[in-house]
Write a protein that binds this ligand. Structure first.
Ligand SMILES: Nc1ncnc2c1ncn2[C@@H]1O[C@H](COP(=O)(O)OP(=O)(O)OP(=O)(O)O)[C@@H](O)[C@H]1O
Ligand SMILES: [Mg+2]
Length: 319
């Protein structure tokens, strides 16, 4: 099945000078050869290809909290680092004195698990909050181990919402209605989306000011991007004119492989300035943090992964 390519106008309107002639589909990786190790590996300490890093100002101190910027962390491709980025960006923003609310908007509940919550033991989740008028935010909201970072957890119940919402009036605006009373209490609300472009994700996009797109540095990862950008454009046109792409975040970057570098170069070529300078390297530290139920900024505060998410937080604050 071929994915629709957005027109040049579509891409340009989402920010950054974008070269419309750039083809997003990479050639398939070459077949493995005996010489692969020599062919593929490049100097590990080289910077990712693209442009020179930009100056990121120090985040100004916050004098008054709110109103929150709502950011949807979104990519319909599974396992690209949405949940990992939501947790760790949130924790890094909180370290910079921002009040942060994380919204687990995936029935898998991985964000909740990553923060040490057992989703199946929860009586009330974001599902109850969006579907039942009688449920109050305080019944669902959880404090996390990170100061100034709260969580609206989810579990498998949320999968029913996708079906139930279809029959509702204003079905795309359910999340925005739920979040409205919370906006004044926080500086950032990060919504971790499920890997699909269904109604829950459309709700997240309709509630958001910006979208962060984690993109795995791998062959084929660019394939679904055109469809995602097309969906964001449609939501912007029809439901939420303020929606923009805040940035594309390269994740699982392996500085030793040529193909990571090639994907990165192509993304920067196609999307220019909206690609974050921050790149998240592939490291086993991230799966470890899930087991620990803590963000990397607490689990391994001096690790390269923690610094990367701190740098991302600075970029997000600056945008
Ligand atoms: N930079 C990284 N390096 C290595 N492993 C990573 C990295 N980021 C995430 N992971 C691991 O990859 C797996 C998928 O990550 P994550 O759950 O964040 O992706 P996701 O996009 O939210 O997935 P899903 O689409 O299923 O919601 C997890 O096991 C996570 O620990
Ligand atoms: Mg996830």
């Amino acid at each position: 099945m071929s994915t629709p390519q957005p027109s040049a106008g579509d891409r340009r309107s989402l920010g950054g000078p974008v070269d419309p002639s750039v083809d997003l589909n990479l050639a398939p990786p070459p077949a493995a050869t005996a010489d692969d190790e020599q062919v593929e590996l490049v100097e590990a300490d080289e910077r990712p290809p693209g442009r020179a890093p930009r100056d990121i100002p120090d985040p100004p101190p916050v004098v008054r909290h709110g109103p929150a910027r709502v950011l949807a962390v979104c990519n319909q491709k599974g396992g690209v680092g949405k949940t990992t980025s939501t947790i760790n960006l949130g924790a890094a923003l909180a370290e910079y004195g921002r009040r942060v609310l994380l919204v687990d908007f995936d029935p898998q509940g991985a964000l909740s698990v990553g923060l040490g919550v057992q989703p199946h033991q929860l009586e009330q989740t974001i599902y109850n909050l969006i579907m039942e008028r009688s449920v109050a935010v305080e019944d669902v909201l959880l404090r996390t181990s990170v100061k100034d970072m709260d969580l609206l957890p989810s579990n498998i119940d949320l999968s029913a919402a996708e079906i139930q919402l279809v029959a509702e009036v204003g079905r795309e605006h359910t999340l925005v209605r739920t979040l409205r009373p919370l906006v004044s209490d926080y500086d950032y609300i990060l919504v971790d989306c499920q890997p699909s472009l269904g109604l829950l994700t459309v709700n997240a996009l309709a509630a958001a000011d910006g979208v962060i797109i984690p993109l795995e540095c791998e062959f084929f990862s660019l394939r679904g991007l055109a469809l995602l950008i097309d969906t964001i454009e449609k939501v912007k046109e029809r439901l939420n004119p303020k929606l923009d792409i805040t940035g594309i975040l390269a994740t699982m970057y392996d500085p030793r492989t040529l193909h990571s570098r090639e994907v990165m170069a192509r993304v920067v070529e196609a999307f220019g300035d909206i690609v974050f300078d921050t790149v998240i390297n592939r490291t086993v530290r991230f799966p470890e943090t899930t087991v620990a139920g803590e963000p990397i900024t607490r689990w391994a505060p001096r690790s390269a992964g923690a610094s990367a998410y701190r740098q991302l937080a600075r970029e997000v604050i600056a945008r």
